[in-house]
Design a protein around this ligand. Structure first.
Ligand code: GLP
Length: 258
């Protein structure tokens, strides 16, 4: 098992993370060459998407030549329901940018046969030539996408049972904890590791332990994000509070790269 340390960049706060991440994504979109993005949801991504929307409106970038695949979706939550990741993506990105609607792909959590949907999604990603740049957040338990601790590093897109910690963390998008779905469909760890480049962003002190476990802890299924150290083209962008538990602070200025 060869380990590849990720490029780590630490900036002051969540705003600075969003700005830096938007610059990295923006450079790819400014090329106006076809690009396939992998997209994440969650509070960490919201300020990044706001910046990408503002840059699109200002004419600085364009999603015209982009396609996207979202990481995950809840099972049994209708796309129009406000807690769905479909709704999140529409609200925060898709309805504000110029990416053709048919090129924005999200797993369908309303199908009867989730296994077939998972296989279809994998095939679609492969048919698109794979993901060029995949955005990731991280759960407080080290999950990426909805790959909870214990997820096999060889896993592909599949149905997964959500940890109670994850359901609690995501309860804000639902009426109450009992309304939070128990199952989701997510790209697997191997699907994620197939992306050509990965950008993980983390903000806030509640992510500090997960970030340290992912970067400095043992590589293993207890911390799904530790799998990223097997990839070789990963940027981890944190604010100071999310980086607070790292023992080895990187020399951030030497590692900048876009
Ligand atoms: C969610 C998503 C992940 C996300 C993570 C952190 O449940 N499935 O893709 O990265 O948990 O979310 P947040 O940014 O809201 O902390």
């Amino acid at each position: 098992m060869t380990e590849y340390p990720p490029r780590i960049e630490i900036v002051g706060n969540a705003d600075a993370v969003a700005e830096r991440a938007a610059a990295i994504v923006g450079i790819q979109l400014r090329n106006r060459r076809p690009i396939t993005l992998g997209l994440a949801t969650g509070a960490t991504m919201t300020p990044l998407y706001a910046r990408l929307v503002a840059a699109t409106r200002a004419g600085l970038i364009s999603f015209h030549a982009a396609s996207s695949f979202n990481l995950d979706e809840y099972v049994g939550v209708a796309p129009r329901s406000p807690g769905s990741f479909h709704a999140y993506m529409q609200e925060h990105l898709f309805r504000h940018v110029d990416m053709p609607a048919e090129r924005a792909q999200i797993p369908d959590g309303m199908v009867n046969d989730v296994a077939s949907e998972a296989a279809r999604y994998e095939a679609q990603i492969a048919a698109a030539g794979g993901i060029d740049l995949l955005l990731l957040g991280i759960g407080t338990n080290g999950h990426i996408g909805f790959n909870e601790p214990g997820s096999d590093f060889a896993s592909r897109t599949r149905e997964i049972r959500l940890d109670e910690a994850t359901r609690t963390a995501n309860a804000g998008s639902f009426l109450d904890l009992t309304s939070v779905p128990r199952r989701a469909i997510t790209m697997g760890i191997a699907t994620i590791l197939d992306a050509k480049r990965i950008l993980l962003i983390a903000t806030g002190p509640e992510k500090a332990a997960a970030v340290a476990a992912a970067i400095e802890g043992p590589i293993g299924t207890d911390c799904p994000a530790s799998a990223l150290r097997l990839h070789g083209n990963v940027d981890v962008l944190c604010d100071e509070s999310a980086a607070a538990a790292l023992v080895n602070r990187p020399h951030t200025n030497d590692r900048r790269r876009a």
